[in-house]
Design a protein around this ligand. Structure first.
Ligand code: SF4
Length: 508
């Protein structure tokens, strides 16, 4: 699953009876002007990421913001249509959540069961405690087999592990086979979305990247031209690679097999072209039985792209004849997260991206503004488990509207966990001094009702009478690009005192 935003998703209107697939029934998106692509968050060592600053730069590029918002909202609407077409949708969500919670609370058992059955199928199973171990295991496999070039399908876990950079330093060329991920690789950028890695790019951005790296015509941003050029330049590299790496969407304990879902068939290309196949898999991907799988397959693509199923749902059962298959099961902080009472259910995530597509902050600020492997609502609750200080500002990049929780196919209480992280960060002194002082004042105000009412009355009166420049100025960053709502004629308390306190209109 991949894509660059602003592509001619559908030049022709949908024919009747056509599937409401991600690539069908979309409103055509055209950029009005060529505009430079805004870059993501500035990474400054271990300093807290300033998501707001990067988001501001993204919003200052109106074509990018408009297309990003429209493309992701389109996916959200398609997801809704698919959901309404399945009467048992809520049952599926509940079941998926229960299966995941059961698997996670019996993780040791199911991982061992998978290992035993996978070995019986002829798969070599390795265990990696962290990113370094993951990278070292794979490098050693590649060196043992004399591999100089590895082809790879999209895997967020390898992003977590800094795999591409590590391989480049070790002298192994990595070629991405997912189109969106390949665009990002050529542009030396991380994926901005877990499903559609280049969704923040306009067609003109992709034309620029390909012109710079593949020598294509910089003025031709026709999607067919760009795709064909990319295929022609990359296909020989793929055919000549000595090893292929994929991730996995699901690992089935009872069969010792794993499943990869893509729309481009690129995982199959990575797995089936070279003789050495490797799969990097997070330990939370395990599910107990094969009969559990359809629950997730029915939810995944509908939630992600609004299509009934991915084009390819590939089951890998063992090595090809004459080949080798290695699975690396990776922890990288997952066991620790499993022990976090408030946050362990974030491990249920199946990386569908629906919470990103629905999030108003994500849609308008772009995934790279988060400066982390995982962006959007799921990122806000996962990233601080990797580095609490660096990602301390991220849980504040949310309106807490709960839409992410509503669309999550595995029923993760995302917005509650975001609020939980805010509490934890305040308790562990990870907030900037200004925010801390403001929270202290807000806490004081909210715990003194008389003071609160007086402050509201003063603010309402000030908003009514102050000249505009006193409200909208450099100091009021909230008001940049937003209007403060007009103050009501009376506050709720005034209304209540007038209409209810006297007993009038009391509900019977
Ligand atoms: S948290 Fe839920 S909605 Fe978000 S990516 Fe994960 S499974 Fe999808």
């Amino acid at each position: 699953m991949s894509g660059a935003q602003g592509s001619d998703l559908n030049r022709n209107p949908p024919r009747s009876g056509r599937l409401d697939h991600a690539e069908g029934a979309s409103v055509p998106l055209h950029s009005r002007v060529r505009e430079a692509q805004p870059r993501g968050a500035v990474i400054n060592g271990d300093q807290p990421i300033n998501q707001a600053e990067a988001a501001e730069r993204f919003m200052a590029a109106p074509e990018h913001e408009r297309m990003h918002d429209a493309r992701l909202w389109d996916l959200r609407q398609k997801r809704d249509r698919q959901m309404h077409g399945i009467t048992e949708w809520e049952d599926l969500r509940r079941l998926a959540s229960e299966i995941k919670e059961h698997a996670l609370t019996h993780l040791d058992h199911y991982l061992e069961q998978f290992e035993t059955n996978a070995r019986a199928n002829g798969i070599h199973v390795h265990w990696a405690q962290d990113a370094d171990e993951h990278n070292a295991i794979i490098l050693s496999l590649l060196r043992d087999h004399g591999v100089k070039r590895l082809i790879k399908s999209k895997s967020m876990l390898t992003e977590e592990c800094g795999f591409r950079d590590f391989m480049a330093e070790s002298g192994v060329e990595v070629v991405e086979t997912d189109l969106g991920e390949r665009i990002q690789q050529l542009d030396d950028e991380a994926p901005s979305h877990v499903v559609v890695p280049a969704v923040h790019k306009l067609r003109s951005d992709v034309a620029d990247v390909f012109a710079r790296t593949l020598g294509t015509d910089p003025n031709d941003d026709d999607v067919h031209y760009l795709t064909e050029q990319q295929r022609e330049k990359t296909r020989p590299l793929i055919l000549d690679a000595q090893a292929g790496l994929t991730g996995a969407n699901f690992v089935v304990a009872e069969t010792g097999t794993f499943v990869v879902c893509t729309n481009e068939g690129n995982a199959d290309l990575s797995a089936n072209t070279p003789p050495l196949q490797i799969a990097s898999i997070g330990i939370e991907k395990v599910i107990p039985r094969l009969e559990d799988l359809p629950v997730f397959v029915r939810l995944l693509s509908r939630s992600a792209l609004g299509s009934p199923i991915t084009q390819y749902t590939s089951h890998f059962r063992g090595p090809r004849r004459g080949g080798e298959l290695h699975v690396v099961l990776v922890d990288n902080g997952r066991s620790e997260r499993l022990g976090m009472e408030q946050f362990w259910t974030s491990l249920k995530c199946i990386r569908c991206g629906a919470c990103m597509n629905t999030c108003p902050v994500f849609r308008r600020s772009g995934g790279l503004s988060y400066g982390a492997t995982y962006a959007g609502p799921i990122g806000l609750i996962i990233d601080p488990t990797f580095n609490r200080h660096r990602y301390s500002s991220l849980p504040f990049s949310s309106t807490l509207n709960g839409s992410c929780t509503n669309v999550c196919p595995v029923k993760i209480n995302i917005h509650e966990q975001i609020a939980g992280w805010r509490r934890v960060l305040a308790e562990t002194h990870e907030l900037p001094l200004m925010k801390k002082a403001m929270m202290r004042e807000a806490g004081h105000l909210l715990s003194h009702p008389a003071l609160y009412r007086a402050a509201i009355a003063t603010a309402d009166s000030a908003l009514k009478h102050l000249p505009r420049f006193m409200v909208y100025n450099r100091l009021n960053t909230w008001g940049h690009g937003r209007e403060v709502p007009a103050p009501p004629r009376e506050t709720f308390h005034q209304w209540y005192a007038a209409n209810r306190a006297s007993g009038q209109g009391e509900p019977s």
